[in-house]
Design a protein around this ligand. Structure first.
Ligand SMILES: [Zn+2]
Length: 66
């Protein structure tokens, strides 16, 4: 479960969409869902931060090779 770390107030009203961000980054959403996410993220700071976080995580995974 994602915790609100209390750094700032959370106003995102699209929590279900937010949860799809990692799937979006893994390209496991439909084209329609991807468009919806893209449209929302450009106007939602929280989701932008979320996406940046996920991207960092994904990059770390990709660079961390055995
Ligand atoms: Zn949002």
């Amino acid at each position: 479960m994602r915790k609100n770390l209390g750094m700032k107030k959370m106003h995102c009203k699209k929590n279900d969409l937010r949860d799809h961000i990692p799937f979006y980054l893994y390209e496991s959403v439909t084209e329609e869902e991807a468009e919806e996410i893209e449209r929302h993220v450009v106007e939602c700071e929280e989701c932008q931060e979320d996406m940046a976080l996920w991207l960092t995580l994904l990059e770390q995974k990709q660079t961390a090779r055995p």
